[in-house]
Design a binder for this molecule. Structure first.
Ligand code: FES
Length: 140
């Protein structure tokens, strides 16, 4: 039997339909494990392309959306951290202003294929573990 190798690291997971992500609209927020710790990530469409990042500011490691799934500023040009106003370039995650300095958002690999958006987990960012069935719901 073949050993799980790098290919197992890149098995894509479906995130959503492409139509669910409007241009410069609300992001899809989803749970991940970042180096084994619970974290959240988000995916949004910008200039036609779907991008995804860990929802964690480079200034202080906190979530950035000012309302759930709302990351863009009023001009819809920058990802803006709601805490102290760090601004990031949506296409690259690079800090372009504010207290994030030379930092950048941690990008996730996503791909839009057909009508669907897929996420490719990696060693650092993986899907959350499935919930354990509770004792009450177990069959006798
Ligand atoms: S925590 Fe994001 S700018 Fe300070």
């Amino acid at each position: 039997m073949p050993e799980p190798g790098p290919a197992a690291e890149t098995t894509p997971l479906r995130l959503c339909a492409g139509a669910d992500l409007a241009e410069k609209g609300k992001a899809l927020v989803f749970d991940v494990l970042l180096w084994g710790q619970p974290a959240r990530a988000f995916a949004l469409r910008f200039d036609g392309r779907v991008v995804a990042y860990i929802n964690r500011c480079a200034h202080v490691p906190v979530e950035m959306d000012w309302q759930p799934g709302e990351f863009l500023d009023s001009s819809r040009e920058w990802i803006l951290c709601s805490i102290h106003g760090a601004a990031y370039e949506p296409a690259t995650g690079r800090c372009v202003g504010g207290p994030c300095g030379r930092g950048r958002l941690r990008a996730l690999r996503v791909e839009e294929r057909g009508s669907q958006v897929y996420w490719y987990p990696c060693a650092a960012v993986r899907p959350p573990l499935p919930a354990e069935p509770s004792a009450e719901s177990s069959p006798p």
